[in-house]
Design a protein around this ligand. Structure first.
Ligand code: GFP
Ligand code: PLP
Length: 796
C-alpha cells in the first residue's frame, strides 16, 4: 500500500476526534487515561489500514500460513511500539504538544499486558513482531487471560501476590469478534454409531475471539494475535434466577470465565491441574477449528492442509492440538486414521524450551481420560501407529499411567526444535535420545533471538540515535549491520558518546528508583543486574551468596580499593515455589542490612525491584553494565535476556549454558567473563556425593557466607529463617551453587578490575553491541520459515 503523506494537523484532528467521539471528553477536562485512549485509537486506525491490506494479500496469494500456538504472549505495552513502527513519533509529539501533553507521560500510563511468565512468552511476542516485520503471513493464538500473571509486591521482604488487572480499563488494541465463537467440550462419553466413533462431551463452553493487530517495522505488514476468552454456552439460567437462586443462575457464566481468568493457576492441587489441562485444550481446540474454518473457506481438498498450514507448538502446552486435529479429520470428516495422521504430521511442529524433567508436562491418565476420553484413545492409536513403524522403540506418549506431552509432541511433529545450539545437542543426548535415534532428521536448532525494535531502538533511544548517526538506520530490520560499528569503536570521540549514553541511561534508572522506591543508587557504581524468573537453576542464590562474601570482605577492610557496585535483582517466583520465595526474602534482607551499613555502602548496594515485567526490563537493560547469566550449565535452554543485555552494551558474567555459548563465540572470549563448570562436568560432579561439602571446605569465603545464613546475620529477629537454604546448599545443592562459587568469585574480581579501566570497559561493551546482530528474532524467524515451515514472505 502506498504510504499517504499526512500532515501533523491531520493527526491532531484524528486525536481530537477520538478524544471527543470515542472518549466523549472535552480536551479541557480530559485525564491522562482519556488522552492515552484517544491516542491509542488514532494509532490503531493507522494500523488497521495496513492490517486489512495484509489480510487481503494473504487471501489473494493463498500461500502457506503460519499459526503460532502459545499459552503465553508476554507482549507488554503496545502504544509506543505502534507509534515507532508506524514512524509517527514526531507527528504524535507535535500533536500532543499542541494540546500541552507530554508523550512520555501518556506512554507511561499504559498497563503492561502480562500474559506470560518469562522467556517463553516474551519469545512468542518477539516472534510476532518479527513475523510482521518480515511479512510472513501468520497468526498467534493464545488465551485472553483476564488477570495475566500475578502482580508482585513485598511485605517485610516477602513476595506477596495480587491479581494483575490489565483489563480493568478498556484495552484499546483489541477487536472483539463475537461472530467468531466455537463450542468446545469436556468429559462425557465416546460412542460408536454406524461404524463411527464419536465423542459426546458432557460439559460445553464457548471460545470467543479477540484480535489484536501486530504491526511490523515501518508498517509494511500486519498480522493478528487472536486470543480466546471463555464464554458460557448458556450464560444465564432464568428459571433458577426467578426461583431466587441468583448464585446458581450465574454459575455457568462464572465457570466458563474461569477458564480464561488467570495464567498458570496454582496447579499443586487436583482442581488446579484440571483447570490447566482445560485451558490447554480450550485454546488449542478453538485454534484448530479456526484454522480449519479458514482453510475450508478457500480449499475443498483437506489433503492440501500441510501445503497451506504450518502449526508451531510453543512448548507442549498446545500439544493436544495434534490429537484434536486428528479427531476432527478422522471421526468427523471420515478420513482413515493413517491419512489423518499423515496430514497432522505434515502440519505440526514443536519447540522444546526445557530439559528440566519437572517442567516436561505429564498428565495422570485418569484425569486426562476423564476430561478428554476420545483423545486418550487417539493417543493410544498414535502410539500403535508409531510402534508399527518402529517396533524397536520403547518410548510412547502414554505409559506408566501418564500421558507424556513431550513424547506426544515429538511423535506427532514434523520438526522438533531446540532454542540454542547447546540445548539442541543436549536434547538429542538426553530427553529425546531414543526418539532422535528413530527420527534422526526431525530435530533442528533455531537459536532464539529478540526483536531489535523493542529491545534496542525503542528502549534505548540514546544508543539507537548514536548507531543511526554512525551507520544509518538500516540496522533496525537488518541487525547484522551493527558490525559496521566496529571501526568507530576505535574512535575516542565515538566511545565517549557511547559512554555518555550509558551514563544517561543509568541516571534515568537512578531517578526512577529514587521516585518509585525512595532508594538512592550510586550512578558512578557498576550496575550489575540479574532479572529473570526466580528459579534455583538460574541461581539467584549464587549471586547473593557472592554478594554476601564480598560484603564481608569489604567489611574486613573498609579502606580497601574496592570497585563500587550496585546489585539489582528482579523476578517473580511461582506461587507455590517456597524455596524461590525464600531466596527473594533473603535478597531483600541482605539489601536491608548492606544498604544501611555505613562502612560498606559506598561500595556495595543491593536492591530487589518488585513486579518484574516487560516495562521494567525496558528500563533496566539499557542501564546495565554487567549482565548476570549464571545458570547451572545444561539447564538454561537458551536465555533471551542475555541477548538483550549484550545488544545494549552490557558485559556478561556467565556460564557456558544456553545461548551464552553463542554470545561468547560472537562477541569474543575477551569481551565475556566466563566461569563455571561445563554441562558434562556438571553431570560428572553431581555423581560425587559430597560435592558441596568439598567445595565449602576448599573455600573459606563460601563457608563464611553460608555461616552468615545460619547465624541469623540477615534475620536477627528470626535467626533460623535461612538455615534451610544453607542446609540445602551444603547437603544437596542439586544446582551446584557451591561447586561453582569459587570460580564465580574469581570472575567477579576480574569484572571489578576491568571496570576500573573505563575506556577498555567501554570498548568491550561496544564490541558486544556491534557483534550481537545475529541475535535478532528476524534471523530466528527466517530460520523457522526455511527449515521448519516452508513459508515465504509476502513483501515484495
Ligand atoms: C524458557 C527457557 C529459556 C528460553 C525461553 C525461550 O524460558 O532458556 O530462553 O524459554 O526459549 F527456560 P522461561 O519461560 O522458562 O523463562
Ligand atoms: N521476562 C521478561 C520481561 C523478559 O524481557 C525476558 C527476557 O529478556 C525474560 C523474562 C527472560 O529472561 P531470561 O532469558 O534471562 O530468563
Amino acid at each position: 500500500m502506498a504510504r499517504k503523506v499526512r500532515t501533523s494537523s491531520e493527526f491532531r484532528d484524528a486525536l481530537l476526534k477520538h478524544l471527543t467521539y470515542t472518549m466523549g471528553k472535552d480536551p479541557e477536562h480530559a485525564q491522562f487515561f482519556d488522552w492515552r485512549m484517544a491516542l491509542s485509537h488514532a494509532i490503531r486506525d493507522r494500523m488497521v489500514d495496513h492490517w486489512v491490506d495484509s489480510t487481503r494479500k494473504t487471501y489473494e496469494q493463498d500461500g502457506k500460513r503460519v499459526y503460532y500456538l502459545s499459552m503465553e504472549f508476554l507482549i507488554g505495552r503496545l502504544l509506543e511500539d505502534g507509534i515507532v513502527n508506524l514512524e509517527m513519533v514526531e507527528e504524535v509529539e507535535d500533536a500532543l504538544d499542541h494540546f500541552g501533553m507530554d508523550m512520555r507521560t501518556i506512554l507511561n500510563d499504559e498497563p503492561d499486558a502480562a500474559l506470560g511468565n518469562g522467556g517463553l512468552g516474551r519469545l512468542a511476542a518477539c516472534f510476532l513482531d518479527s513475523l510482521s516485520t518480515i511479512g510472513c503471513p501468520a497468526m498467534g493464538y493464545g488465551i485472553r487471560y483476564e488477570n495475566g500473571l500475578f502482580k508482585q509486591s513485598f511485605v517485610d521482604g516477602r513476595q506477596v501476590e495480587s491479581p494483575e488487572t490489565w483489563l480493568q480499563e478498556p484495552h484499546p488494541w483489541e477487536f472483539e469478534r463475537p461472530e467468531v465463537r466455537f463450542t468446545l467440550g469436556f468429559g462425557g462419553d465416546v460412542i460408536y454409531e454406524n461404524g463411527k466413533t464419536l465423542w459426546r462431551p458432557a460439559e460445553l463452553i464457548q471460545a470467543e475471539a479477540f484480535d489484536t493487530p501486530i504491526i511490523g517495522w515501518k508498517g509494511k505488514w500486519a498480522n493478528t494475535l487472536r486470543l480466546w476468552a471463555g464464554r458460557a454456552v448458556d450464560p444465564f439460567d432464568l428459571g433458577l434466577f426467578n426461583a431466587g437462586d441468583f448464585a446458581a443462575a450465574a454459575e455457568h457464566e462464572a465457570l466458563a470465565r474461569t477458564i480464561s481468568r488467570v495464567l498458570y493457576p496454582e496447579d499443586s492441587n487436583e482442581a488446579g491441574k484440571e483447570l490447566r489441562l482445560k485451558q490447554e485444550f480450550f485454546f488449542s481446540a478453538a485454534s484448530i477449528r479456526d484454522i480449519l474454518r479458514r482453510f475450508d473457506s478457500q480449499h475443498d481438498d483437506i489433503r492440501l492442509l500441510p501445503k497451506k498450514v504450518a502449526i508451531q507448538l510453543n512448548d507442549t502446552h498446545p500439544a493436544i492440538a495434534g490429537p484434536e486435529l486428528l479427531r476432527i479429520l478422522h471421526d468427523e470428516r471420515g478420513l482413515s486414521f493413517e491419512d489423518a495422521l499423515e496430514i497432522v504430521h505434515g502440519c505440526m511442529n514443536y519447540t522444546n524450551h526445557t530439559l528440566l524433567p519437572e517442567a516436561l508436562e505429564r498428565w495422570d491418565e485418569r484425569l486426562f481420560g476423564r476430561l478428554l476420553p476420545r483423545h486418550l484413545q487417539i493417543i493410544d492409536r498414535i502410539d500403535d501407529a508409531h510402534f508399527k513403524a518402529h517396533p524397536q522403540r520403547t518410548l510412547s506418549a502414554r505409559s506408566d499411567g501418564q500421558v507424556k506431552m513431550g513424547e506426544l509432541s515429538f511423535i506427532v511433529a514434523n520438526r522438533v526444535n531446540g532454542v540454542s545450539a547447546l540445548h539442541t545437542d543436549l536434547m538429542k543426548q538426553t530427553v529425546f535420545k531414543e526418539l532422535h535415534a528413530l527420527h534422526p532428521d526431525r530435530i533442528v536448532n533455531e537459536t532464539n533471538g529478540v526483536t531489535p525494535r523493542r529491545w534496542l531502538h525503542n528502549c534505548n533511544p540514546g544508543l539507537s540515535r548514536l548507531i543511526t548517526d554512525t551507520i544509518g538506520d538500516g540496522w533496525v530490520d537488518d541487525l547484522e549491520q551493527l558490525e559496521k560499528l566496529e571501526p568507530s569503536i576505535r574512535d575516542k570521540v565515538w566511545i565517549e558518546r557511547f559512554e555518555g549514553v550509558k551514563a544517561a541511561n543509568k541516571q534515568a534508572l537512578v531517578s526512577y528508583v529514587a521516585q518509585t522506591h525512595g532508594v538512592k543508587l550510586n550512578p558512578a557504581a557498576m550496575f550489575d543486574i540479574q532479572i529473570k524468573r526466580m528459579h534455583e537453576y538460574k541461581r539467584q542464590h549464587l549471586n547473593i551468596l557472592e554478594a554476601i562474601a564480598h560484603w564481608q570482605e569489604i567489611k574486613d577492610n573498609p579502606n580497601g580499593d574496592w570497585t563500587p557496585r550496585v546489585k539489582i535483582f528482579a523476578g517473580k517466583a511461582a506461587q507455590g515455589y517456597h524455596f524461590a520465595k525464600d531466596i527473594i526474602r533473603l535478597i531483600n534482607d541482605v539489601a536491608k542490612l548492606v544498604n544501611a551499613d555505613h562502612a560498606t555502602r559506598d561500595y556495595l548496594q543491593v536492591i530487589f525491584l518488585p513486579n518484574y515485567n516487560v516495562t521494567l526490563a525496558e528500563r533496566l537493560i539499557p542501564a546495565a553494565d554487567l549482565s548476570e547469566q549464571i545458570s547451572t550449565a545444561g539447564k538454561e535452554a537458551s536465555g533471551t535476556g542475555n541477548m538483550k543485555f549484550a545488544l545494549n552494551g552490557a558485559l556478561t558474567v556467565g556460564t557456558l549454558d544456553g545461548a551464552n555459548v553463542e554470545i561468547r563465540e560472537r562477541v569474543g572470549d575477551d569481551n565475556f567473563f566466563l566461569f563455571g563448570m561445563l554441562a558434562d562436568e556438571v553431570m560428572q560432579r553431581r555423581m560425587m556425593h559430597d560435592h558441596a561439602q568439598q567445595a565449602i571446605a576448599a573455600d573459606p569465603r563460601l563457608a563464611r557466607a553460608l555461616n552468615a545464613l545460619r547465624d541469623g546475620t540477615f534475620s536477627p529477629e528470626d535467626p533460623g529463617r535461612y538455615t534451610h537454604i544453607a542446609d540445602n546448599l551444603t547437603w544437596s545443592d542439586y544446582f551446584l551453587v557451591c561447586s561453582d562459587f569459587t570460580d564465580y568469585w574469581r570472575a567477579q574480581r576480574e569484572v571489578d578490575a576491568a571496570y576500573r579501566n573505563p575506556d577498555k570497559w567501554a570498548e568491550m561493551a561496544a564490541l558486544n553491541v556491534a557483534r550481537s546482530g545475529w541475535f535478532s528474532s528476524d534471523r530466528t524467524i527466517r530460520g523457522y520459515m526455511c527449515d521448519i515451515w516452508g513459508a515465504e514472505s509476502l513483501l515484495a
